[in-house]
Design a protein around this ligand. Structure first.
Ligand SMILES: [Zn+2]
Ligand SMILES: [Zn+2]
Length: 532
């Protein structure tokens, strides 16, 4: 029997909290900290089982175990595609009977709709029906839409005079790099690791804070961050035309100490530094958005929403503000683009060989920060760093992030898809939030023919490897129905209980995996006298 010892308050406070130890153990063993409970019913027998599945979050601050697993998966994806020496096979599955039927129905509805429209009759009902059909088509697992979402606008695409001309070659379908042979007959296929940066906005110190914050170009820094993904697209397009093949990449976007985004890319195949320099210098992305030099509405003096016409009006005159399309049409050929984004002249490129130490190190760089928000990668340790972050956030506050941004109202323009309740400086777009540093796009950008697999395929590979290693029977997903268990349900487990389960499962599972690995290693050993 255990007798309770008298303890002081300080002693009690020093004892670890039981719940925290469960969490720590879960993290230590790579178990999800927020497992989701599902009820699995075997269709034939009606047998019900509780299954806990990982939350799958990619941020370590939310679930370190799931975030780490996601990072490792990305590293595997990066490794698998980087040095491919054969073209990846990407053949879409043939459409199912159901999908073909849906498309046939959709075609008939379109014809009927267009017929009514040409006769000047009401097409509201058919439009509604077509909208529903498009949703069904997506739900059936088909990629893309049968029609583009909205007609593309034709806009002036004058090349700026200061852009270096690039030779253009027709892009052929090849995606693997060239093979080089040494005089003694060895062949090798080098690939490339490249880092592209934003231009300078003013001199910065070792800690990333500007030498002179007052002359640092925060507006430019904010706009470059907002349009960074589009600039990168343009770069890849130029690079493909320049090299003449369907160049593939795995890229990760990260912040520098000065809080500007930069991009690391693994490129399959190789390009000379001189060629890269030329393409970087010639790459730019123009943003043809309305000008925002003059602030029209500010503070309490803001446009008002008119619910009858669903438009924003001038608060004094009641005049309807120009809408997004009108504002775009007002941009003339003689106007300059609102912003031209370019990369900085500084870049880094190194050749990397398959399976080398360098390759692993680069994959480490590419995936290092993926489990953190951009804004959390470099924590401000000094006042000048904190001040720098605050100034950048200020610059991003009123910078329009997209055609639908509430900030357009500040400049007297109704954003696209205007709705009530929009307030300049309070746009919900992620780009304005501190943790995004102006870049709200995806952190990992992978070209379609990188490994020839989707992330889900890579995940399935891992699962297959596991079930094989552990010698588990393959389960047929069609044998079960799944449903989420909700808090009010009698079989619902509170999070603490779920955590205990996943910790126990995980430890069991790791022991089994270790054992399987050891066995595999033993059978791989050359037979010795003692082996049975
Ligand atoms: Zn998780
Ligand atoms: Zn916005």
């Amino acid at each position: 029997m255990v007798t309770a010892r008298r303890t002081t308050r300080a002693e009690r406070m020093a004892a670890p909290l039981a719940r925290q130890v469960v969490k720590d153990l879960a993290a230590e063993h790579g178990a999800c900290l927020r497992p989701v409970q599902l009820r699995r019913t075997e269709i034939d027998t009606g047998h019900v089982e509780q299954v806990l599945i990982p939350c799958g979050h990619t941020l370590a601050s939310v679930c370190p175990s799931c975030a780490e697993r996601a990072r490792i998966l990305r590293a595997a994806q990066c490794r698998e595609g980087w040095h491919l020496d054969q073209e990846p096979v990407i053949d879409p599955d043939p459409a199912t009977e159901e999908q073909r039927d849906l498309i046939t129905d959709r075609a008939e509805a379109q014809e009927a709709r267009d017929l009514l429209a040409s006769a000047g009759l009401d097409v509201g009902e058919l439009n509604q029906r077509i909208g529903d059909m498009d949703e069904e088509i997506t739900d059936s697992g088909l990629r893309g839409n049968v029609l583009p979402a909205r007609p593309r606008r034709h806009r002036s695409t004058r090349r700026r005079q200061d852009a270096a001309p690039l030779p253009r070659r027709p892009v052929n379908a090849r995606t693997v790099g060239k093979t080089y042979a040494t005089p003694d007959g060895k062949t090798f296929r080098p690939s490339l690791f490249v880092t592209l940066t934003c231009p300078s906005y003013g001199r910065v110190g070792e800690d990333g804070a500007p030498a002179d914050p007052d002359t640092y170009d925060y507006t430019r820094a904010a706009r470059d961050a907002l349009h960074f993904a589009a600039l990168f697209d343009r770069f890849i397009q130029n690079l493909r035309r320049f090299t003449g093949y369907d160049l593939q990449y795995f890229a990760a976007i990260e912040p520098q100490r000065r809080l500007a985004p930069h991009i690391h890319l693994a490129i399959r195949g190789t390009i000379s530094r001189q060629e890269l320099r030329e393409v970087i210098a010639a790459t730019y992305h123009q943003i043809w958005w309305p000008a925002t030099q003059a602030v029209t509405y500010d503070g309490g003096h803001l446009p008002v929403w008119d619910q009858h016409t669903s438009t924003y009006l001038d608060p004094d005159t009641g005049e309807v503000l120009p809408d997004w399309d009108q504002a775009l049409d007002a941009i003339g050929d003689w106007d300059d683009p609102r912003h031209v984004a370019r990369f900085g002249a500084r870049f880094d490129a190194q050749g990397v060989l398959a399976g080398s130490r360098d390759a692993s190190r680069c994959i480490g760089y590419l995936t290092k920060y993926l489990t953190k928000h951009l804004g959390d990668c470099h924590q401000a340790a000094t006042d000048s760093q904190a001040d720098h972050a605050a100034r950048l956030a200020d610059a991003l506050r009123y910078e329009p992030c997209s055609p639908t941004c509430a900030n357009w109202l500040r400049y007297g323009i109704q954003p696209r898809n205007a709705r009530p309740g929009l307030r300049p400086g309070a746009c919900k777009g992620k780009a304005h939030r501190r943790e995004y540093l102006g870049y709200a796009g995806r952190r990992v950008l992978v070209s379609r023919k990188w490994s020839g697999k989707t992330l889900a395929d890579h995940r399935a590979d891992r699962r297959t490897w596991l079930t094989c290693t552990l010698g588990l029977p393959a389960t047929d997903p069609a044998r079960y129905t799944w449903e989420p268990v909700k808090p009010g349900d009698p079989d619902h487990m509170p999070n603490g209980q779920r955590l205990l389960h996943v910790v126990a499962d995980r430890i069991q599972w790791q022991t089994a995996l270790d054992l399987a690995r050891r066995r595999a290693a033993e059978t791989d050993l050359p037979a010795t006298g003692s082996a049975a």
